[in-house]
Design a protein around this ligand. Structure first.
Ligand SMILES: [Fe+2]
Ligand SMILES: [Fe+2]
Length: 195
């Protein structure tokens, strides 16, 4: 194992609940398998997977405080779902605490929760690996997404977005405008009518 990766895992392990650490491990290895499938560097994918939830260690109000301490701006809508701040905070930790300079890895951590338009390959890999790793609780269409991700990464992202938006609607949680726009974009470009 890469020395940087070993150091990161050693550092995050005591900070996380057992389930969160297992999830991290799952994302790390699924991301590396997907990297192999899509001809990306599996070592970089492992680093991104290991780091993706490295800041998911706080209570809701502590995320805001920690972001302020680190000089990360918090938007109005992020105050409603402060746990989402673990993504920008994780990207900050990746750079500052763990010395990661690779922009692909930083962005994969930064955008793993909400995704974005024009995601790079590693961003897409971590975005779906987070959703399908083996310890993930059973969710709708999970088996289908797990199979699809190895043949069509963008369609798998569309499935995840559909699921996420349905879940948020069903539970009356706030939905970010960017998420709706991203779903529309993926429907238009990778929906079933696009073959
Ligand atoms: Fe996360
Ligand atoms: Fe995660």
């Amino acid at each position: 194992m890469d020395a940087t990766l070993r150091k990161i895992l050693k550092d995050i392990r005591p900070q996380m609940k057992c389930e969160r650490y297992e999830h991290t491990y799952g994302v790390m290895y699924i991301a590396s398998a997907l990297a192999m499938r899509y001809e990306y560097d599996p070592k970089k994918a492992m680093l991104a997977g290991a780091l993706h939830d490295c800041a998911k260690i706080y209570t809701c109000k502590d995320y805001v405080k920690e972001c302020e301490r680190c000089g990360i701006s918090v938007k109005e809508n992020e105050l409603k779902l402060p746990h989402l701040l673990h993504a920008p905070l994780g990207a900050y930790y990746a750079k500052v605490k763990y010395g990661i300079e690779d922009v692909d890895i930083i962005n994969a951590v930064r955008y793993h929760t909400l995704g974005r338009f024009d995601m790079g390959l590693l961003e897409k890999i971590v975005y779906v690996a987070d959703y399908i790793e083996p310890s993930r609780k059973e969710i709708e269409n999970l088996a289908e997404i797990r199979a699809l991700v190895f043949t069509d990464l963008d369609r798998a992202i569309l499935f995840k977005l559909e699921n996420v938006v349905n879940y948020l609607k069903k539970n009356d949680y706030p939905i970010d405008n960017n998420t709706i726009e991203l779903l529309e974009y993926y429907r238009e470009n990778f929906g079933s009518n696009k073959g």
